[in-house]
Design a protein around this ligand. Structure first.
Ligand code: RRO
Length: 308
C-alpha cells in the first residue's frame, strides 16, 4: 500500500521521517537525509546562537535504547535559515525545530522563519537537558503564555514538540490549552527527561552532564509514546495532526503508532544507531504488515485501535 500521509496539510511521501535530535545538525547531515527515504528533512532544534552543548560523554547507547544529555548543540538559527534554500532540491517537506531558551527567543525565531522555505515549524516545549531550564511543557501557565506569543505571526504552520504526560488530568489540560491556538500539529513524545542509568561496574552514571541525569529514549519509552499519541488523538480535533515519536525501530512499531492515531512517525535512536538505511527498511516492513492485514490504504488503520 501507499504510505503517503498528510500532516498539517503538507503531503509526505511516506509515513517515516527523522526526529529532531540525531544526525540532523550539520548541512551535510541534512543533505544526507534529503538523499534518504526519510519522508521529510527535520533539523536539530536550534537556538538564537550556536551552542557546543554539554560535556562528553553525553550519549550512551543502551540494550534497548539510549540515554543522552546533549544540551542543545546546534549551529544557531541563522545557519539553518541560510541553508534551507539548498535543501529544497530534494522536494520533500522541510521541518525546522526551534528551541528557544526563553519565550522571546522563540518569538524571534518563529518570526524569522516565516519567510523561509520551511514547510513546518516544530517548536520544542520539552528539552530536558539544559541545566537550569525546566521543560516548558510541564509548566501549563508558561505553555499557554508561550503559545499566545508564538502564534501571532504569519501563516507558517506551527506545531509543538511535547514531553510525555502520565496523567489524564495533564492530557486534558494540555489539549485544552492547545485548542485555544492555531496549532497545526503536535509531536509526541520527546525523551523521558531526567532519568538515571548507573553502571554497577564503574559505580558511575553512564553520561557526564547533570550528574548523570538525562533523557531516556528508544524501546523503553514506546508504551509511553503510544499512550500519549492515543490520548491526544482522542482529545484534540482532527484538524490537529500528530507525529508519533518514541521507540520506533520496526514496521511493527510504526504500525502500533498508526493504530494509536499517529499521522506519521519520527525516528530518533534507531536512526542514530543505524543511519539512513532505517527509513526504507521500516517503510518496507510497515507496507508488508499492511498488505498481510489487507489494509488497502494506510488511513484505514489510522486510529483503528480495537479495544478489548
Ligand atoms: O539537545 C538535547 O539535549 C535534547 C533536546 Br534539545 C531535546 O528536545 N530532547 C532531548 O532528548 N535532548
Amino acid at each position: 500500500p501507499n504510505l503517503s500521509s498528510t500532516v498539517a496539510e503538507v503531503n509526505f511521501a511516506s509515513y517515516i521521517l527523522n526526529a529532531s535530535g540525531p544526525r540532523c545538525t550539520t548541512e551535510a547531515e541534512l543533505h544526507n537525509l534529503g538523499q534518504s527515504e526519510s519522508a521529510a528533512i527535520m533539523t536539530k532544534s536550534c537556538t538564537l546562537l550556536a551552542r557546543e552543548g554539554n560535556p562528553e560523554p553525553r550519549y550512551k547507547a543502551l540494550p534497548q535504547g539510549s540515554i543522552q544529555s546533549m544540551g542543545l548543540p546546534n549551529l544557531g538559527y541563522k545557519a539553518y535559515l541560510d541553508m534551507l534554500p539548498r535543501l529544497t532540491q530534494y522536494n520533500k517537506p522541510l521541518i525546522v525545530s526551534i528551541s528557544g531558551l526563553s519565550i522571546n527567543d522563540n518569538v524571534e525565531m518563529v518570526s524569522a522563519f516565516q519567510k523561509s522555505a520551511a514547510d513546518l515549524l516544530e517548536v520544542n516545549f520539552s528539552c530536558p537537558n539544559v541545566p537550569g531550564k525546566p521543560q516548558l511543557g510541564y509548566d501549563f501557565e508558561q505553555t499557554d503564555k508561550a503559545l499566545a506569543a508564538i502564534t501571532k505571526f504569519g501563516d507558517k504552520p506551527l506545531g509543538i514538540k511535547l514531553p510525555a504526560y502520565f496523567d489524564f488530568n495533564h492530557f486534558e489540560t494540555v489539549a485544552n490549552i492547545l485548542k485555544k491556538y492555531p496549532v497545526k500539529f503536535i509531536s509526541s513524545i520527546n525523551s523521558i527527561g531526567n532519568t538515571l542509568v548507573i553502571d554497577p561496574e564503574t559505580e558511575s552514571p553512564v553520561i557526564k552532564p547533570k550528574a548523570g541525569f538525562g533523557g531516556l529514549c528508544g524501546s523503553y519509552i514506546k508504551p509511553i509514546g503510544l499512550a500519549n499519541v492515543n490520548a491526544f488523538r482522542q482529545l484534540l480535533p482532527k484538524e490537529i495532526s500528530i507525529f508519533g515519536v518514541g521507540g520506533i525501530y520496526s514496521g511493527s512499531d510504526a504500525f502500533e503508532y498508526l493504530l494509536a492515531g499517529a499521522d506519521a512517525v519520527q525516528v530518533a535512536t534507531c536512526y542514530q544507531e543505524q543511519g539512513t538505511e532505517c527509513f526504507s527498511r521500516i517503510s518496507n516492513e510497515l507496507s508488508q504488515i499492511l498488505s498481510r492485514k489487507n489494509y488497502q490504504d494506510i488511513n484505514d488503520a489510522k486510529g483503528a485501535l480495537k479495544l478489548l
